[in-house]
Every structure is written in C-alpha cells, then in structure tokens.
Design a protein around this ligand. Structure first.
Ligand SMILES: Nc1ncnc2c1ncn2[C@@H]1O[C@H](COP(=O)(O)OP(=O)(O)OP(=O)(O)O)[C@@H](O)[C@H]1O
Length: 209
C-alpha cells in the first residue's frame, strides 16, 4: 500500500462529451471502507469513476488523492491476448513494482489457467484476470466499474473475498454495480440526486421576445 490516507472527494462535478452529468458530489472513503455507487443507466457512474481514477479531468471540485493511488478496472481490462495468464500478471507486477503474483492467481482461481493465452480465455475468465490485476497493483484505492459482469456466482464470491482482503489491509474501494455483491459492510451512495441541472439560459428574457 502506498497510502493510508482517506479518499476525500469534495463538490465534484463531472462531464461526458463536454456535457455535465453529475454535480455537487462529496464523499469520504476511509482506509478499510468500501463505497458502492448506485443509480440508473446513463446517470454518470462510469464518468464519475473515470474522473476519480484520474482518467479524465473534473469539471469542478477536489479529489483528495492523486491518480497514483488508484487502480481502475472496467470493461477493457488491458489484458494482452498473446501473453499467458501468468505473463500478464508478471507484466503488471513489474509495471507496478509489486512482488509475487501467486496470491492473485489463487485469489481469482486462475492457477490452473496460468499457461493459457489471455486471448483464449472465456469472458468470465478474462474478467477474473482483469480483477486479479488489482491485487498486483499494490494500490490503495480500487475504482471498479461493474466488476462482476460475466462472473458466475462462485467468482462473484471470490471477488467479494478479494475486496474484503483489500479492505482488511487498509485499502479502499469505490464500486459501481447493479448487483448485490454481498458486501454488507459497504456504504451506499445513490448518485441520482446529483444529476447535473441543465445550464441556465443567460438570455432567458430573449426567449420571449
Ligand atoms: N462519448 C460520449 N459523448 C457524449 N455523451 C456520452 C458519451 N458516452 C456516454 N455519454 C452519455 O453520458 C452519460 C453518462 O454515462 P455513464 O456511462 O457515465 O453512465 P452510467 O451511470 O455509468 O451508466 P450505466 O449504468 O448504463 O453503465 C449518459 O447519458 C451517456 O449516454
């Protein structure tokens, strides 16, 4: 872990394609805590996660930890299809300067697939590899967009266990999900009320002229 500081987000506004989608968001995630984002399709959860992870600029507001604290996982997992499962994890481990990949292989039931090319994995196995990557980043904040897509029930349980292990080690997690992860200890934030209002018309009177 590179940081034991809390993640404080203050008065954040985020935009997609130049259009504000969420605004006025403030939350804190303390070490050992997970926050689950809820809200209907298209409200802006992915946009919020990408902004918190430092992949796009905020319109407004403050994110209290820098992007080096974040490990982001979404649909495109950055998996190299010609490398084996083991080589993918070893590559990420060397990029992030962390140690053994064995806990990641074990944690996501990938040990028996270690010699298989990434490109030959099933959708759920690819997703498990993408999530196993989180374990080798050594980063304190996991920022996860629909992490359980394609996962079977047993793999969802493995995922929940990995998150719990991360939290127990002082890590933090910010997760957008539509399903129940069984992480009853997590806080929930419904982003619905933070939907950005349409910009005010500066020339309101002119509309009626
Ligand atoms: N490239 C784009 N340009 C403009 N608007 C976009 C673009 N991509 C997405 N949007 C819009 O931005 C809004 C926020 O999208 P976002 O993906 O953040 O929502 P979400 O809450 O993650 O949705 P879901 O639950 O369906 O994953 C949506 O209304 C979406 O249609």
């Amino acid at each position: 872990m590179t940081s034991a500081l809390a993640l404080s987000v203050t008065d954040l506004a985020v935009a997609r394609g130049g259009i504000p989608v969420l605004e006025g968001l403030s939350f804190d995630i303390a070490p050992g805590q997970a926050l689950i984002l809820r809200g209907p399709n298209g409200i802006g959860k992915t946009t919020l996660l990408r902004t918190v992870a430092g992949l796009q600029p905020a319109l407004k507001g403050k994110i209290g930890l820098d992007r080096e604290a974040m490990a982001y996982a979404a649909h495109a997992d950055g998996l190299k299809s010609t490398l084996t499962v083991e080589e993918n994890l070893t590559f990420w481990s060397s990029v992030f300067g962390t140690g053994s990949i064995e806990p990641a292989l074990e944690g996501f039931n990938l040990a028996h697939l270690r010699g298989r090319a990434g490109g030959s994995l099933s959708a759920g196995q690819k997703r498990r590899l993408g999530l196993a990557r989180l374990l080798v980043t050594g980063r304190p904040v996991w920022v996860l967009d629909e992490p359980t897509v394609s996962l079977d029930v047993a793999s969802v349980a493995l995922f929940a266990q990995a998150v719990r292990g991360h939290l127990a080690g002082g890590g933090m997690a910010l997760i957008a999900t539509h399903i129940d992860l069984g992480l009853d200890e997590a806080e929930i934030l419904d982003v619905g009320p933070f939907k950005a209002k349409p910009p005010e018309n500066d020339h309101f009177d002119e509309v009626f002229l």
